[in-house]
Design a binder for this molecule. Structure first.
Ligand SMILES: NC(=O)c1ccc[n+]([C@@H]2O[C@H](COP(=O)([O-])OP(=O)(O)OC[C@H]3O[C@@H](n4cnc5c(N)ncnc54)[C@H](O)[C@@H]3O)[C@@H](O)[C@H]2O)c1
Ligand SMILES: O=C(O)C1=N[C@H](C(=O)O)CCC1
Length: 233
């Protein structure tokens, strides 16, 4: 498969290694200074760029009928528009706030736990995410997906960064050293607490998931999720 990388930073480089190990060819490395983009060479584009550039990168691919796997976070106010440009051009699209298998299982665990806790008013939920100091967005995309999973199963109405309010999930974002990504959900009452936690040890899991999604989307048109790729239904 011929893969174009949009964003050749920490994730772009890790994806290059894993894609090559799986027998794929990197046909373009598009970064901030790239002038010519060879869409005609691409079977798929994988975007791990920046919140500011992701929408233009993705929709440029759709206009050339190149399917896109996007892991960039912090641009989702434009997600619906990206979906309609994808559908108009009969292209393919998968966005995931987190491509790792472990986190996608953690998303399911989070929903299941939220459903069990939803009738228990003595417990309050909170969330903490920790990432490296170069991360541009807060809270992490993964934390937002986790919060949406809880909201879908409970009476919580939204989430807020560093604020405690009735019916709102408080999220704390910490930026420390080189941490690849740690997410903890806590339910606390006056008598006990329950915690679930996912810790990424490195970026390999994110990169492998993105390459597997690129392989899966070949020959498909439409908008999908990692639930489809991993058959988590
Ligand atoms: N979904 C996931 O599984 C997952 C995992 C890790 C990181 N991420 C997200 O991926 C994104 C990238 O993470 P990273 O750690 O590789 O960051 P990074 O800063 O190391 O790399 C980003 C790269 O994008 C480049 N860039 C800037 N403008 C660009 C443009 N117009 N077109 C193309 N590239 C451009 C930068 O020069 C840089 O090389 C972030 O949004 C991060 O949150 C998602
Ligand atoms: O390193 C990052 O940046 C990460 N971003 C994603 C997020 O915002 O959830 C996934 C984890 C790593």
């Amino acid at each position: 498969m011929n893969i174009a990388l949009f964003g050749y930073g920490k994730m772009g480089r890790m994806i290059e290694q894993i894609a090559q190990d799986r027998g794929h060819t990197i046909v373009a490395k598009v970064d901030v200074d790239t002038k010519e983009i060879p869409y005609h060479k691409m079977d798929v584009a994988i975007d791990f760029s920046t919140p500011e550039s992701a929408f233009d990168n993705i929709t440029g691919c759709f206009e050339h009928k190149v399917p896109v796997i996007c892991g960039t976070t912090g641009w989702l106010s434009n997600y619906d528009q990206a979906v309609s440009i994808c559908n108009k051009n009969q292209s393919g699209f998968i966005y995931a706030s987190n491509f790792s298998l472990g986190v996608n299982i953690f998303f399911e665990l989070n929903s299941y736990l939220a459903k069990m806790m939803s009738g228990l008013e003595q417990y309050n939920v909170s969330m903490e995410e920790i990432h490296h100091t170069q991360k541009l967005d807060a809270p992490s995309g993964t934390a937002i997906t986790l919060a949406e999973g809880i909201i879908a199963q409970s009476d919580y109405k939204g989430w807020k960064l560093d604020q405690e309010e009735n019916n709102i999930i408080p999220i704390t974002s910490k930026r420390e050293g080189m941490v690849p990504g740690t997410h903890t959900i806590s339910y606390g009452s006056s008598v006990d607490s329950i915690e679930i936690k996912h810790t990424a040890h490195n970026r390999e899991g994110f990169a492998l998931g993105a390459v597997i999604a690129s392989e899966w989307i070949q020959g498909k048109t439409g908008v999908f999720s990692m639930k489809d790729v991993l058959n988590l239904y």
